[in-house]
Design a protein around this ligand. Structure first.
Ligand code: F6P
Length: 326
């Protein structure tokens, strides 16, 4: 007989990303729509171990759609990696009468979700990370906001770099992926973007583009470095040695994870939250809600974790073509 979901839990785990609150709100409201209760599990998987929860009311879901961070807090749990920890988490589900869990986060979150589902707890995943590095989904909640935040910061940097005719080296987040760096680099007109997906040839990728740009009349230069491609400080030093410039280095850091989510992130989070709960309502579980070619699809967690996503390198070619590199 089909499982009936009467009460579900929702949690956010791993690095936070703008739009997580919109996803929590959508999960809670959709649950109410389908006649389910919704319990917020605080501090990610660790919260499930510690029975750290809050019953989500309609009142609590007001005014969070457009807010950054996560009202449920987030954490990376070592204990959940252990059998004992997961056993405690299953017991919390039993104690609270949770028929399923919606887990919002990245790869690590989905690995946890897979383990929990193997222990018999129905789980649905929602991809949310500013890195956009989840293989199964074209898009992850928070990426657009993080891009726009980085663009805003770099536009401001450009004002002062332009005034002083300087070179700016900006390090952006992304963990092991170059999505954020490449998208931001294109949007700010960077002369060079260093990403982990492209093996660095310093002469070709940094020195020549700056020289060509100078020959074309530029007097200030913006270089964007993905954290996974190396240290902006080191790149700044090498630029100084090779070209005699005196670059200013900025590491944008966690500022990229904050701020009000953009329309794209609110809208995507709202749709994903809805489909995650609708799956429960229709008796399905064990999948990640993904975007593929603009549509929402459910991909089994195990399969989702195996999937790899390629950075569209055509964007790198576009950057090379118009940045003065060739
Ligand atoms: O995964 C999101 C992310 O912001 C990465 O871009 C970055 O490498 C990492 O998290 C930073 O993690 P923490 O918040 O633990 O410093």
């Amino acid at each position: 007989m089909e499982k009936k979901f009467k009460r579900i839990g929702v949690l956010t785990s791993g690095g936070d990303s703008p739009g997580m609150n919109a996803a929590v709100r959508s999960v809670a409201r959709t649950a109410m729509h389908f006649g389910m209760e919704c319990v917020g599990i605080r501090r990610g998987w660790q919260g499930l171990i510690n029975s750290d929860f809050v019953v989500l009311t309609p009142e609590m879901m007001r005014h969070i759609l457009g807010t950054g961070g996560t009202i449920l807090y987030t954490a990376r749990s070592e204990e959940f990696m252990t059998e004992k920890g997961r056993e405690k988490a299953v017991n919390t589900c039993k104690m609270l009468g949770l028929d399923g869990i919606v887990a919002i986060g990245g790869d690590g979150t989905f690995r946890g979700a897979l383990e929990l589902s193997r222990l018999g707890v129905p789980v649905m995943g929602i991809p949310a990370t500013i890195d956009n590095d989840i293989g199964c989904s074209n898009y992850t909640i928070g990426f657009d906001t993080a891009c726009n935040t980085a663009i805003d910061c770099i536009d401001k940097l450009r004002d002062t770099m332009q005034s002083h005719e300087r070179c700016s080296v900006v390090e952006v987040m992304g963990r092991h992926a170059g999505f954020l760096a490449l998208y931001v680099g294109l949007a700010v007109g960077a002369v060079s973007v260093l990403i982990p997906e492209h093996e660095l040839n310093f002469e070709e990728d940094v020195v020549k583009p700056i020289q060509n740009s100078r020959l074309a009349g530029a007097t200030h230069f913006m270089v964007v470095v993905a954290e996974g491609a190396g240290s902006a400080i080191e790149i700044g030093k090498k630029i100084h040695e090779s070209l005699g410039l005196d670059p200013r280095v900025t590491v944008l850091g966690h500022i990229q994870r904050g701020g009000a989510p953009t329309g794209r992130d609110r809208e995507t989070a709202t749709r994903m939250g809805y489909y995650a709960v609708k799956a429960f309502a229709e008796g399905r579980s064990g999948s990640v809600i993904c975007t593929q070619e603009g549509s929402i699809v459910e991909i089994p967690i195990e399969e989702a974790l195996e999937m790899k996503k390629q950075l569209p390198m055509v964007r790198y070619e576009i950057l090379e073509a118009i940045s003065g590199a060739r």
